[in-house]
Design a protein around this ligand. Structure first.
Ligand code: SF4
Ligand code: SF4
Length: 228
């Protein structure tokens, strides 16, 4: 089997002398047997920590969960600073959690039903692999876009009965936030945890409407009825 790796813009080809297994095992093989300078990130090796996310043929996967195929092109996550080969710096992207105020703003006493817990259980499963962020086409045009996982987390807190200041979160995600999303669904497609950021953003739009916000793109549209 042969795979290709994008190393700082240079595509290098490697032969793996065994049938398809996980991409992470292939990367370790290359590092141990062919080129010990190959650099990538991994930790739990069982799909739990999200550290080993990369792009294969343009689509985000966890290297420890993906079985490589002949001719695969492996690249680092998009919109991240590449430190070396497949290793990226996730620090700057973590800032989006601050930018979306994705935590309890003002804690209040509230009874929480099992149903309410289940409503945001999925969002709580985010492992911060950044796959959704890398897949989002909006970041190509607007690097300040808050991005999917931080908006998913913002939704998680707006739907939490213990949040006493939903308005604060809603106000924060209006600029470079929910209205910039094109609802393309890429983020939902690549999430290894089955989280649906597209739906969460849709829900945040509904909540924002309740606080008096509207889609600014819609308001700015000229429907050609001006003279009538
Ligand atoms: S649905 Fe929205 S947040 Fe998700 S990838 Fe598409 S544009 Fe980005
Ligand atoms: S929402 Fe899914 S794809 Fe995005 S960072 Fe969390 S686990 Fe990864």
């Amino acid at each position: 089997m042969n795979i290709k790796i994008n190393r700082q813009g240079s595509i290098e080809s490697f032969d793996i002398p065994f049938q398809s297994t996980t991409l992470l095992k292939a990367l370790f093989y290359i590092k141990q047997q062919e080129d010990n300078s190959l650099t990538f990130s991994s930790n739990c090796r069982s799909g739990v920590c999200g550290t080993c996310a990369v792009r294969v043929n343009g689509k985000e996967v966890l290297a420890c969960s993906y079985n490589y195929q002949e001719g695969d092109l492996v690249e680092p996550l998009a919109y991240h600073e590449v430190q070396r080969d497949l290793k990226v710096n996730k620090q700057k992207v973590r800032e989006t959690l601050k930018n979306s105020k994705a935590w309890l703003q003002s804690s209040q006493q509230a009874e929480i039903t099992q149903e309410q817990v289940e409503l945001t259980q999925k969002q709580t499963d985010c492992i911060l692999c950044d796959s959704c962020y890398s897949s989002c086409p909006v970041l190509e045009l607007n690097p300040n876009f808050i991005g999917p996982f931080a908006l998913t987390r913002a939704y998680r807190y707006t739907a939490d009965p213990r949040e006493g200041n939903i308005q604060s979160i809603v106000d924060t995600i209006q600029t470079n936030g929910i209205w910039d999303c094109t609802l393309c669904g890429n983020c939902t497609e690549v999430c290894p945890q089955g989280i649906d950021p597209k739906m969460d953003i849709t829900m945040l739009r509904g909540t924002s409407s309740q606080f008096g916000y509207n889609d600014p793109n819609f308001q700015a549209m000229d429907f050609g009825f001006g003279g009538f």
